[in-house]
Structures are given as structure tokens and as C-alpha cells.
Design a protein around this ligand. Sequence first.
Ligand SMILES: [Zn+2]
Length: 403
Amino acid sequence: MRNFFLDREQRSRNAVRAIAACAALLLAALVGTVHAAAPAPLPTKLTLTHIAADKWRADYVFAEPITAVELGAQVGPYRKQAWRPLTPGVELVADDGSEAMRSASPLTELSVEISAYDDFDEGQYAPIDRFSDGGWDFYLGFLHGALTQDDRQRSMDVALHLQGLPGETVIAPAKPGTELTGYAYFGPQKPVRMGNVNVIIDPKAPAWLREVIDDTTTKVSQYYEQAFQRDLIDTPLISVAVVGFDGAPGTFNVKGGVAGGGITYRLQGAGLVDDHPKKRAYMARLVAHEMAHLWQVNLMRGGIGGDDAWVHEGGAEAIMLEAMRATGIFTAEASDQYAQELLKECDQLAGDVTVNRGLYACGFKRFHGYAMAPMPLWRAMMARSEGSGEFYSESMIQAILKQ
Ligand SMILES: [Zn+2]
């Protein structure tokens, strides 16, 4: 039932970026006398148009001719099944687990048609989440790639345009970053304000689920704003797609989390139908945990880096529990009980903060044990991270605790 997969994805992407940056620096140092710098990013206009109920067209316009878009890791059979290059001479090719769109001759315009796709792979973003009312969350990061020009590669400097069907609501991610991380929403709904965030909930969501999301989002987002003494820089969209009620009775799964400055959930399973206090508590914790990440990255610079993942995951658990107690969503007994569960889980993991569940349980245990309470500690971490640009880390925490 637990699936905090996007957290993991975000970390690994950050790590990859950090490694890539180091490699680029090293390369620049080695060839420094020959080439002054890496080639500048190539301005690229990318228009994603919703062209039919279950089809999109991505139109790339490059400032200079290119011969390939290197898309990176294969996303299961997604691109092979759902993508169809429309530009003559362009082929979608896969080698060694990587995919690319290659052209026989240099071109400045490239179009690809993309059809609805309902599967996803563990460890990767779900490409497209289908709402029950004809709405969609479309992951933009899979459109991003490196551009091949002659014998060199240039990164893509994207100007993104989204175009919906007539009358359709279209919402771009608040902070897609340079790699288009994040989901775009296309669909019939208008977002509803809850606290200080915007929310779209699938109309098929059962009443109990809607109630929990509404109540938790409203109260906890207001609590975070006041407790962190920080408004959100952007207004994030939290979108909740219910993709089906099939599967074993009593269970459901949630995929999703923070991406591109918003939160995207994809819920599925027969267990969504019936209300139960345990399900309510689980969803409330999840919503408050993911929203804690929104504030952790709500900085002009710094924030979550590639190392010490237990800091932001265990930190989000500690922040979440403070919020649940302060807002009255959990009684003091209920929040103590959950804290005890995490502490016990960490003991069973022998305190290991590197294994997946240890990030949460043992990360929480560390925050639980610090002399400073989670909210003032995180306020100090946010101020320090934004001030210096350094990422959250254990050494940052130790420096704050020593002051
Ligand atoms: Zn998390």
C-alpha cells in the first residue's frame, strides 16, 4: 500500500544531475585549453497540444538544426507503444536501455504524436494518469532530452507551451525546472483552493477520500505557512486521479508525490471504496508528508540535494507528525502511537538510514532525538540553505544544533 516512489525518483534524479555536473566540470578541466566551455543550451520551443480525447502532439522547434533528441532511459514500453514520430525521416530508436528520436538529416522541427498510456514501471514516473472524467496528468519530463548537433551534444533550453482541447483547463507545473520535471493537467475541472494550494480531485473519488484530502490539505498547508513563517513562492497544484477500483478487496495503492513544484497522486484499488479510520489516517499522513516536501523545496536556492535522503524523508515524517498534532487531525495519543511505530520499525532496521524504509523510520528517529524540535530546526535549515545555497545535510543539522 505504501508507495513513496516519487521521493526516491526525485533523489536519484538529483544525484544523477550532481554526478553529471561533476563529470562536465572534469571534462572542461581536461580539455580546458582546447574548448573554453561546453556548448550553450539550444533554445527549443516545445508545444504540447491535446489534439483528441486520448491523443497529444508534441511539436519541437529548435533554434538550430539537430539530428537527434536523446531521451535517456527507456520508460518500459511507453514510448514504443504510445509515441509515433510524425516528421518524415524521424525514427524512435532504443539501444542499451536508452531511447532517442533520430533523423536521417538535420532538422529544426520535429513532431511526435502521443497516445494515452495506462501502465507505469516501478521506480519511474507514471507517464500519463487518466482521470475518470476525461482529465489527464501528463508527465512532461519524458519529452526532455539532449540534442545531437554534428558530433556534439547540447542541452535543451525549453520554452514550454501547452494547448488544450476547446474549453479545457490546462495547468503547467509550477516549477518544471530545466528538465521539465512535473505533470501538466489537461481536463474539464477547475482547481479548488484549499488553504494556500490548488487542488483537483477525481470526481470518482469516494466521499471519505475527498473529505480527508480537503481537510488535511486546508489545515496542514495553513499550519506549515505559519509554523515555517514562509508563504509558498508558487501556488502548487495537487491533483488526485482515481484510475480504477479493480484489484484485491480491501487494498489500494497510491503512486505519486512531489514533482515540478506540485503533487500528483494516482490511486487505484477496490479498497478505495469503503471508509475506514486506518485508511483515513494513512491518507492524511501521506498528504501532510508530501506537502512537507513542498515547503522543503520552497526556496530560491538550496533545498533537497542528492545525499542524506533520510534528512528530507525522516524530516518530512517529523514535520508531518507535528502538523497532525497541532491541527488536531490526530489526537496526541494517535500521533504518539505513530511515532512509536516508526521508532520500533527503525530498531528492527538496526538504525540503518540508508535502506528505503530506514530513510523514513530512522530519519524520523534522528529528528525525534534532537535537542531542537522539528519545526524550529527546519526553519533554521531552510534559512541556512537559502542563504548559502547548500543542500540540507546531516552536517548542516549538526552546525545548527551546536549554535
Ligand atoms: Zn517523502
